[in-house]
Design a protein around this ligand. Structure first.
Ligand SMILES: Nc1ncnc2c1ncn2[C@@H]1O[C@H](COP(=O)(O)OP(=O)(O)OP(=O)(O)O)[C@@H](O)[C@H]1O
Ligand SMILES: [Mg+2]
Length: 376
């Protein structure tokens, strides 16, 4: 799939603009702080309905304004063209597909898809478990509407259960008042875990192959799911396994006044030749692992939807050595559309075989200098 055109209004530091784009490789050049990452982020917001980097949606509105609006026109091989709008104003957020509001984020995500690669991705390896759960959530949300629903319902139930547990601890409610939540928690939480388990199995195989190609040392990368409930043999048994774990932990949950079982405590184990990579991998190794995971995510999306997601590479080339740069550009060249930012052209490998468009960014002003078609 690829973005045919984008319009931006009041988005971060970017000047209002309407651009025509096309398939191929787009290089986005600009000095530090000019708005390159913001431009990639705007594209990802048109796919995900929200921004990874922003804590609050309103941080995306240009300082001093009271709304932003993004509009994207996408070309999709499998499902036909798409027009989507994300608008945030004083009355809240609106997500539109072909001009019609879609009620929930779940219905919006997955219409257009993208994978962002950025230097923050080393957190997937070196950071807290939250970063690894976020990686799973972001990928799975684009692959499965059911996952988004289950995760949202799970979180609602868990919040209510946590409140009940607090009330019990403060002797405002009887001890058995917590049980009503457990059945639903196990149901939704179990389904979330089952999907994560399957996703990690698939990602594990793909990322190991990619890592072997990317790393000259040919180290063995192994990624596996580390749920906080012992995994059942078969996927449909997840809810049951979770319920059992919840019941076992109940006395401790009541004592501590919080729920202790469920997907909010999951992790991914990442090992390199059998050694734990989390916290121990070198910076360069962590970067390569993260890159392998993102490429695996993109390949998996391609496999399951029949289409390449749009690839957004934020300053990724600058951080890689010559060999890895060349390998990366070869691997992404299969995708329909790639946007890659760089502060200088020298950071990006020569891409003779690819159509290369050029976009420059200066103080939020976006200019298409050369279209990908014209560069062919
Ligand atoms: N809501 C906002 N309104 C106006 N400006 C904003 C807003 N949010 C961020 N900015 C500004 O946007 C500028 C550009 O940020 P961006 O991260 O896109 O730069 P960049 O070109 O990617 O730089 P670098 O090369 O350092 O990564 C920053 O100076 C930041 O202060
Ligand atoms: Mg940037």
């Amino acid at each position: 799939m690829y973005l045919k055109g984008i319009s931006l209004q009041n988005y971060r530091n970017l000047q209002p603009v309407s651009l025509g784009l096309g398939e191929g490789f787009w290089l986005i050049l600009g000095a530090n702080g000019q708005g390159k990452s913001n431009f990639l982020e705007a594209i990802s917001v048109l796919c995900l309905g929200k921004a990874r980097r922003a804590e609050r949606d309103r941080d995306l509105i240009r300082f001093g304004e009271d709304f932003f609006r993004l509009e994207g026109k996408f070309s999709r091989e499998e499902r036909g063209d798409l027009e989507s709008v994300v608008r945030l104003g004083p009355d809240g957020k609106e997500l539109l597909i072909f001009g019609t509001p879609v009620g929930t984020l779940a219905k919006f995500i997955g219409e257009a898809s993208c994978v962002t690669f950025s230097s923050d991705d080393v957190d997937i390896v070196l950071g807290e478990p939250t970063a690894r759960r976020q990686f799973m959530n972001e990928a799975l949300s684009q692959l499965s509407q059911g996952y988004i629903f289950d995760l949202a319902r799970y979180r609602r139930c868990r919040d209510q259960k946590n409140k009940a547990l607090k009330d019990i601890r403060e002797r405002l409610a009887p001890v058995d008042s917590v049980e009503v939540w457990d059945q639903n928690l196990a149901q939704y939480g179990g389904r979330v875990c089952a999907r994560r388990a399957r996703f990690v199995r698939q990602i594990s195989e793909l990322s190991a192959k990619i890592y072997a190609r990317l790393s000259a040392e040919a180290e063995g990368l192994q990624v596996s799911y580390e749920p906080n409930v012992s995994a059942p043999e078969e996927a449909p048994q997840w809810p049951e396994a979770m319920l059992q774990a919840i019941v076992e932990k109940r006395p401790e949950e009541i004592r501590r006044g919080m729920s202790l079982v469920g997907p909010q405590r999951d992790d991914l184990s990442i090992t390199l030749n059998g050694v734990d990579g989390r916290g121990f991998a070198s910076r360069g190794q962590a970067r390569t692992i993260a890159l392998a995971l993102r490429l695996a995510q993109a390949q998996l999306m391609r496999k399951q939807t029949g289409e390449w997601p749009i690839l957004l590479l934020d300053d990724v080339f600058a951080e890689l050595d010559e060999t890895r740069r060349a390998l990366l550009s070869e691997m992404v060249s299969e995708a329909g559309q790639v946007f890659a930012t760089a502060a200088s052209e020298g950071d990006v490998p020569a891409l003779e075989q690819r159509q290369m468009g050029l976009i420059t960014l200066r103080r939020g002003q976006i200019e298409v200098e050369k279209t990908a078609e014209a560069a062919a």
